[in-house]
Design a protein around this ligand. Sequence first.
Ligand SMILES: [Zn+2]
Length: 352
Amino acid sequence: MRCHRHSGPKCQFVPPHILDHIAKVTGVDTREPHPATLSATASKQFRDRRARSMIDLATLTTPRPGKSDRVIHDAQNQWDLTSAQQIRGESDPAVGTPKNANTAYDHVGAVRTFYAEVLGRDSIDHRGMDINVYVNFGVEFDNAFWDEKNIVLGNGDGTIFTDFSKSPDVLGHELTHGVVQYTAKLEYQGQSGALNEHFADVFGSLMEQHMRKEDAGTANWLIGDEVMAEDQYGEALRSMAHPGTAFDNPIMGKDPQPAHMSGYFPGPEDNQGVHINSGIPNRAFYLVAMEIGTTQAGLIWYAGLQNLWATAKFADAATVLSAQARILARENKVARNAAQTVRSAFRDVGIH
Ligand SMILES: [Zn+2]
């Protein structure tokens, strides 16, 4: 998979149409350095950095090869990772500051546990690679992304979004972009890109359900609800159950996701709608999970991910997923009629 079509990170949690809308309404584009926030945060950064320098680097655990160890870095509010500092390694005690390093450590640990216990996967590459997470990227940066090696998290501007480490599904979503990179390698544009986003949402949501001991019937199926600031309470970025209903407000605009092929977004924006058309397979997954349970649906989708290919389209996903459902049913790992359930869910969203 390539998230970069041109330059700079593109595999981002908050999609471009939302950021465009926010920039238009507020006049501030938090995707890049901007003078208002630079001066306001300069002194705070200095204080924070002084506090951080108290961390004794000599006591930090370096990652052991092949053990899927976590490494948390502080990007120190810079717009690149060159001056970042490792602040917590695997099994190191919680740090005093910045506290979001501990939240990221815990959440990425929950993602790793979900992949290991539920899907039998050993880290991102299934060979125990280290999991590197950078907190405090940029200034009031309203996003999180996977840069093909690392998970990078912004602090949010505090009005629309809060710190991205707060949300388990952000970590689950971004780490899954890494898993896709090592499995189906789905190209990040058009339908294959929407499938890439879809799988990231599926396993982001599943790890959160696993962590909270929820199932299809009790989960909220929202993506990104925990990173909304207080002013936006009740909004989220996507709804897997009801695509198109996650947000509707003057700052963010209205959720453009279709729940059916009849609403398919054909435009060039967002790499041809990767965060938009993902609503269609998301809804299909939700329907399957409601029928046979989240865990079984997750097993089918994980098997599907390992059998899809870089240019796969929605119809390919429907075929591969129902074929994998049949194999898993024969092995008594999922419900006997799971293949039909998958077919029927895709038909319900207009994919034949
Ligand atoms: Zn994504």
